[in-house]
Design a protein around this ligand. Structure first.
Ligand code: HSE
Length: 418
């Protein structure tokens, strides 16, 4: 293995992260990695690097035989897919940060890796500075992996923190996230949960060998959270977080979704503030482990790119062990969730479709109820994200054994306890 070889990089994109990588590489000469050319879309912009570094012709990078690594960090999924697959076909290893492109093309990208034998690494695409992909890939056997709960979007976590702790309003907090370079160029991708579910789709592959299109996974963002919900969280001494969750059920199938949740103060995720991300992994013998780090921003993301570049020196590849060497798991919609729903008018809520309702609260202009509902009701209907309705999960694992729960509840009712 030639561990001393010069790494010559062709970089696509010179935005927040691309420029961060350029600066970070200048400060790490020991890596023996240099950027030979940067391909950009708009040649008119003033950039903090010599003009001779830039081109608008992608083939200058893709056909350059000296360039052995392509680092792709652009905003357009289709062009990114074209670039990374051509690069692999031209014999180059690739590092990518394009979560949307990766999540939406998992099967095709696996195929190209098999055909070309090249490495395709993308640690910066999920949780930025936290090495979560490599950990899921290398450390955990999926038979032992009970659950993963994670905050995977820095911008929404930043917004929720600023609202809850500094009293900012939503727009002010979003503006700060944009100014700091955490948000996507279209911030609705953060706010409405698209970015989080794309990352979740990537992590489900490395955790459980599941290939699922992100839009087929149930998700929403923080766009429906109402000031009353924040008040309810505060009164219960809890925080609202956008949480991506996957849990193995007794039948071996996986429950997975991305939803806002009330998080208790003793939950590890309660510790995750601002643009930080956090991942809590529960496995059979280790019990809980918590990974924590910056999930967005120029240098934290560049640090993940750097780590992938340095792994390429050792020809590191994802083996997709859970997919190729284990029996991959399947997703299921057959379970129940305990949820809080706040709404303007009762007529918007299909109360009869709840398994049971535990709590009611009615104010003049805003009301809420709490109860247990089948997950499939949420996958098949949109009532919970229409008409200014907000749905937030309670802090407890998903419910599998609904009949046992029903009987227990009924006996407590009969005994006059509830
Ligand atoms: N917009 C993303 C976030 C950037 O806020 O998490 C990092 O992927």
């Amino acid at each position: 293995m030639e561990t001393n070889k010069q790494l010559t990089i062709g970089l696509f994109g010179f935005g927040v992260v691309g420029e961060g990588l350029y600066k970070v590489l200048q400060q790490t000469p020991s890596l023996k990695a240099t950027i030979k050319k940067v391909c950009i879309k708009n040649s008119g912009k003033k950039r903090n690097a010599p003009d001779s570094l830039f081109t608008t012709d992608r083939n200058e990078l893709l056909n350059d035989r000296d360039i052995n690594i392509i680092v792709e960090m652009i905003d357009e999924a289709e062009a990114a897919f074209e670039i990374v697959t051509t690069a692999m076909r031209n014999g180059k290893d690739v590092v990518s940060a394009s979560k949307k492109m990766i999540a939406e093309n998992l099967s095709a990208l696996l195929e190209v890796q098999l055909q070309t034998g090249r490495s395709f690494l993308y640690e910066p695409a999920a949780c930025a500075s936290i090495p979560v992909i490599r950990n899921l890939e290398e450390y955990y056997d999926n038979d032992l992996l009970y659950s993963i709960r994670a905050i995977v979007n820095g911008s929404t976590n930043f917004i929720l923190t600023k609202i809850a702790e500094e009293g900012l309003d939503f727009k002010e907090a979003l503006l700060l996230a944009q100014q700091a370079g955490f948000a996507e160029s279209n911030p609705l991708l953060d706010v409405e949960g698209y970015d989080a579910v794309q990352k979740w789709s990537i992590l489900l592959l490395h955790a459980y060998g599941i290939i699922e299109n992100p839009e087929a996974i149930l998700f929403t963002g923080i766009q429906h959270i109402h000031p009353m919900d924040a008040g309810v969280a505060k009164a219960r001494n809890q925080q609202i977080k956008l949480v991506a969750q996957a849990q193995k059920l007794k039948n071996g199938k996986i429950a997975a979704f991305v939803l806002p949740q009330f998080v208790k103060q003793d939950d590890h995720l309660a510790f995750v503030k601002d643009e930080y991300n956090g991942v809590v992994i529960e496995s059979s013998f280790a019990d809980k482990q918590f990974f924590y780090g910056k999930g967005a921003g120029s240098f934290p993301t560049a640090s993940a790119v750097l780590s992938d570049i340095s792994a390429l020196r050792y020809q590191y590849k994802y083996e997709y062990k859970k997919l190729y060497h284990h029996k991959p798991h399947e997703l299921t919609n057959d379970f129940f969730l305990r949820v809080y729903v706040s709404f303007d008018q009762l007529s918007y809520i299909p109360r009869e479709e709840f398994e049971w309702i535990e709590e009611w609260y009615v104010q003049d202009d805003r009301k809420y109820l709490a109860g247990v509902i089948a997950f499939s009701n949420l996958t098949q209907n949109n009532w919970w994200k229409e008409n200014n309705t907000s749905l937030i999960l309670f802090p407890e694992p998903v419910i599998e054994e609904i009949e046992t729960r029903k009987l227990k509840k009924r006996s407590l009712e009969l005994a006059g306890i509830i």
